[in-house]
Design a protein around this ligand. Structure first.
Ligand code: ADP
Ligand code: F6P
Length: 345
């Protein structure tokens, strides 16, 4: 293979630039040219001009330790259409690109699989902060996101301590509670709520009241953004109305409402923080930078050796690869032991 492409797709994740740098270095080492495909699969569709352009190694080296993705990223809905996938495969071939490295989550991997089926060899690197892929211990960006959360929650716990009041902190992760769990365990947070485990507002209020009664008025509740999917039904609107707090019939439960209900049920002065995009925009941690380096190199070597339709992951701390279809078939196992430890101790 003389010429390969690389793209980042889906939500950006710290370490994506480091992975592109590793791909660029491995490509140069093996005498290949590298084409950057811009804005996920949009670039392959040439939806805007110069969607695909050769990457300059010097530029790539400059941005390796930066957060975000230099190639830009996007969620390209057009690419879900089979005729658009064929067009993308044709455009990639017309550019002389013989293999593509896709850095993204499971949706992006399905896109890579579609390109493989159309004769474009692809390799996937799992780039998402959510850690929601079943086949790998860690996805690229997850460790950095957890580090962001830990830093932020430590700061929040400091002010909670000063005021003797609880904090409710919402973190990202879509349908996966891994960020919440590791961030909670990593900061000593007393309550963690995730989409994987059914929970109820009264149970959380009871635990919080017990902690307060035992002399801990400044507990931290870490809640994953997707956790309301596993919340047991509860008439929280009536609780708010009984306390003369405003709520509309069509309001949906959210972390802000949840905190207000906790205040009503426990009498505490809990405050809400929604961490949001600071979790994605952090410089990659050492762990993510290492993973990016090894994964980028492995991806190029696989293509060079004529192996494709694979994704890269980490198992027992070592970087490995397996076929895309196997990577997508399992359901992620949640670490229930750690969850119980956080919520019971
Ligand atoms: P992630 O890769 O982080 O899971 P998305 O689910 O948003 O993010 O997927 C990223 C992109 O991958 C989508 O915008 C689309 O371009 C492509 N994609 C997602 N699902 C498929 C699919 N089933 N077939 C082909 N391409 C897909
Ligand atoms: O998949 C990464 C992620 O940050 C999720 O944790 C979050 O739910 C989502 O992306 C946010 O997406 P957007 O960037 O479209 O707001």
């Amino acid at each position: 293979m003389r010429r390969i492409g690389v793209l980042t797709s889906g939500g950006d994740a710290p370490g994506m630039n480091a992975a592109v740098m590793a791909v660029a270095r491995a490509a140069r080492f093996n005498g290949m040219t590298l084409v950057g495909i811009k804005r996920g699969y949009n670039g392959a569709l040439n939806i805007e001009q110069s969607g695909m352009a050769e990457l300059d190694l010097d530029t790539v080296l400059d941005i390796a330790d930066q957060p975000g993705t230099y190639l830009r990223t996007a969620r390209c809905l057009e690419f879900l259409k089979p005729e658009m996938q064929q067009q993308a495969a044709k455009n990639i071939r017309d550019m002389g690109i013989e293999g593509v490295i896709v850095i993204g989550g499971d949706g992006s991997f399905k896109g890579a699989q579609a390109l493989c089926n159309l004769g474009i060899p692809c390799i996937g690197i799992p780039g998402t902060i959510d850690n929601d892929l079943p086949y790998t211990e860690m996805t690229l960006g997850y460790d950095s996101a957890v580090n962001s959360c830990v830093e932020a929650i430590r700061a929040i716990r400091a002010t909670s301590r000063s005021h003797d009041r609880p904090a409710v902190v919402e973190v990202m992760g879509r349908h996966c509670g891994d960020i919440a769990l590791k961030a909670a365990a990593g900061t000593g947070a007393e309550i963690c709520i995730v989409p994987e485990v059914s929970w109820s507002i009264p149970e959380v209020a009871d635990r919080l009241s017990r902690l307060i009664a035992e002399g801990n008025p400044r507990a931290t509740v870490v809640i994953a953004e997707g956790a309301f999917d596993s919340m047991q039904e509860y008439d929280w609107k009536t609780v708010l109305r009984e306390h003369n707090l405003p709520v509309h019939d069509d309001d949906k439960i959210s972390t802000r409402f949840f905190t207000r209900v906790l205040r009503c049920l426990t009498g505490c002065e809990a405050r809400t923080t929604i961490l949001g995009y600071i979790q994605r925009g952090r410089q990659p941690s050492a762990y993510d930078s290492w993973f990016a380096f090894e994964a980028g190199n492995m991806a190029v070597n696989l293509l060079r050796n004529g192996i494709s339709n694979q994704v890269i992951g980490i198992k027992y701390g070592r970087v490995f690869c397996l076929p895309i279809h196997m990577a997508l078939k399992d359901k992620r196992e949640f670490n229930r032991d750690l969850y119980d430890m956080v919520n019971e101790l």
